[in-house]
Design a protein around this ligand. Structure first.
Ligand code: GLN
Length: 565
């Protein structure tokens, strides 16, 4: 039996298209050392050498996708163009590589088991005993290859979630081992590890990384490169120590001290010649392709040189977890604000405000010190009344307001309550018994909720919208047809549209059939910027291509800041 499996695994792994290369990124010592950014940065430096690069993430969770996970536990849910609800690292890959990824680029333990079981039920294993090994790693390998093929990538960078030595990701390390064993020249492994400097000891320690390397070796994997994450720069002595005890050359250890901005990382990696090392390891001639990171370097330089600030308040509910404040839950929103501020020559100062605090109306005055207020997407009841108070304050005090998804639905509720006078206006999500459900569940969602089918069933992914002539939305995009990513179950109730419009609210973007309201705004003569989108524009903002709506919001915020002076 064992022999047969080995033969099968080899032949499956053999189908790698000639010249296609794979780099696995694994983690050592602790989680949260920046494996996602390291993966994105590796992709970036190889892209800068003229290769077509794609990136994949393997999450060890049993959840089929990230859509059912709480953002305070898992960070933001990043929605792909095709509607897949994925890990926030996918957002980093798209932003660093300026690319659009598909559901093939994301997998979880749950997703892999689901398809193996489905195939078993369909007799696709032709009567064989289907086993955890090799069939689970083989399924992962098949997906990795398919994703690389679909992206027509020369190089695929694959991030394996978790750290070496834990139970959960062992099957994915096995997938890396199998691929590397079958194609030693086409597969490289990078371990992102952590070197602590205990304050009382005052010395950077390599021992945990040595142990992590042993754990990787026990799984049959020798890292080709170790990225040494640490608070301080790595010195020669520790570099040599790692080389001696981890079976690699000192030049294969990449220093990765904490950086001011994640966008510095590709440049920092190249200081230790990481792309050269990887290309040599993968039998690609580094002399043939010069690195061109100039545009990226200019972008990073620009960030550094900014002096004047623009102050943005993000009012949300997923900020507090125990004694810590988590901004990871809104990472795409935060990055989108940054790109637009950078473009406008300002340093963004982002404050995270907890919505529940504003249930007390006395607190609202604090908002006047900000140049702009943003309410991002969200779910459920907590903090809703606080958010509504914030939106009312922004509208009445002419503070630029940008509402994303829930932030747009709440804009509509606030307008219905305080301008239209429908005092108990609400969303079905919060109070289904309210008399005026100006935000209601979408008809096709009712059945799904009734049957308890919650995973992957929202209105997800990219949809077209048509913009109304002469509106802020149309002027900002500079076109009438746009495509944006969605993630919602509720929508503006068609029964209230006419009344809301009569009261002055403009629905400046709708679905092509005119049925779904995609953008709501107040005309410029009424408010400097009061706009909400049913979609999530943040998912399409890229470092060098900021999103026009975010830029328009930032422009309005800058104007307010200048007026204050
Ligand atoms: N909870 C709202 C809905 O499902 C908004 C979702 C969101 O903000 N992503 O429609």
């Amino acid at each position: 039996m064992k022999k047969k499996n080995t033969t099968k695994s080899k032949s499956a792994a053999k189908k790698i298209k000639e010249n296609r290369k794979f780099i696995f990124v694994i983690g050592g010592v602790i989680s949260g050392v920046g494996k996602g950014v390291a993966t994105s940065s590796i992709g970036k430096i190889l892209q800068a050498r003229g290769f077509s690069v794609t990136a994949l993430k393997i999450d060890p969770y049993v959840n089929v996708d990230a859509g059912t996970m709480n953002p305070t536990e898992h960070g933001e849910v990043f929605v792909l163009q095709d509607g897949d609800e994925t890990d926030q690292d996918m957002g980093n890959y798209e932003r660093f590589l300026d690319t659009t990824l598909t559901r093939l680029n994301y997998m979880t333990t749950g997703r892999i088991y689901q398809s193996v079981i489905e195939r078993e039920r369909n007799l696709e294993y032709k009567g064989k005993c289907v086993q955890v090994v090799p069939h689970i790693p083989l399924e992962a390998i098949a997906r990795i290859k398919k994703a690389a093929e679909k992206a027509r990538a020369d190089i695929a960078v694959i991030e394996v979630g978790g750290t070496v030595g834990e139970y959960e990701n062992i099957l994915f390390l096995e997938a890396a081992r199998m691929m590397k064993a079958a194609h030693p020249d086409d597969v490289a492994v990078v371990m992102v590890s952590y070197l602590p400097t205990p304050p009382k000891v005052g010395e950077m320690k390599t021992k945990p990384t040595q142990h992590a390397t042993r754990q990787a070796q026990a799984a049959g994997i020798q890292p080709d490169v170790i990225i040494a994450r640490s608070e301080f720069p790595l010195d020669k002595k520790r570099r040599e120590k790692l080389a001696t005890f981890c079976n690699i050359g000192p030049h294969q250890v990449i220093a990765a001290p904490d950086a001011d901005s994640i966008y510095d990382i590709p440049i920092n990696f190249e200081k230790d010649k990481l792309s050269d090392i990887l290309l040599l390891r993968l039998r690609l001639n580094p002399k043939k392709r010069k690195s061109n990171l100039e545009v990226w370097k200019k972008f990073v330089h620009r960030i550094r040189s900014l002096k004047k600030q623009v102050r943005i308040a993000v009012v949300g509910k997923y900020f507090n977890t125990g004694d810590f404040v988590l901004s990871d839950s809104y990472i795409s929103v935060i990055e989108a604000i940054k790109y637009s501020a950078y473009e406008m020559g300002k340093k963004p100062v982002i404050s995270w405000l907890s919505a529940v605090d504003f249930e007390n109306k006395d607190k609202l005055r604090e908002l006047s010190k900000y140049d702009g207020i943003l309410v991002p997407g969200g779910f459920g009841e907590r903090g809703i009344e606080g958010k509504l108070n914030v939106i009312e304050y922004a509208r009445e005090h002419h503070i630029p307001y940008f509402g994303l998804c829930y932030g747009m639905q709440l804009l509509v509720i606030e307008y219905a309550r305080n301008v239209l006078g429908l005092k108990d206006a609400n969303t079905d999500e919060v109070n289904p018994r309210a008399k005026h459900l100006v935000i209601d569940v979408m008809p096709d969602q009712k059945q799904k909720i009734k049957e308890g089918h919650f995973g992957g069933t929202m209105r997800l992914g990219s949809y077209k919208a048509i913009l109304k002539k002469g509106t802020i939305a149309e002027g900002t995009y500079g076109k009438r047809k746009v495509e944006e990513r969605h993630r919602h179950r509720y929508e503006v109730n068609p029964e209230y549209i006419e009344r809301l419009e009569k009261a002055g609210l403009v629905f400046s973007g709708t679905s092509p059939d005119g049925k779904l309201m995609e953008i709501a705004e107040l005309p410029r003569d009424k408010h400097p910027f009061f706009l909400g989108t049913q979609f999530h524009p943040e998912f399409q903002a890229r470092p060098l291509k900021p999103h026009p709506l975010f830029t328009e919001f930032i422009k309005a915020a800058i104007k307010r800041e200048q007026k204050k002076k």
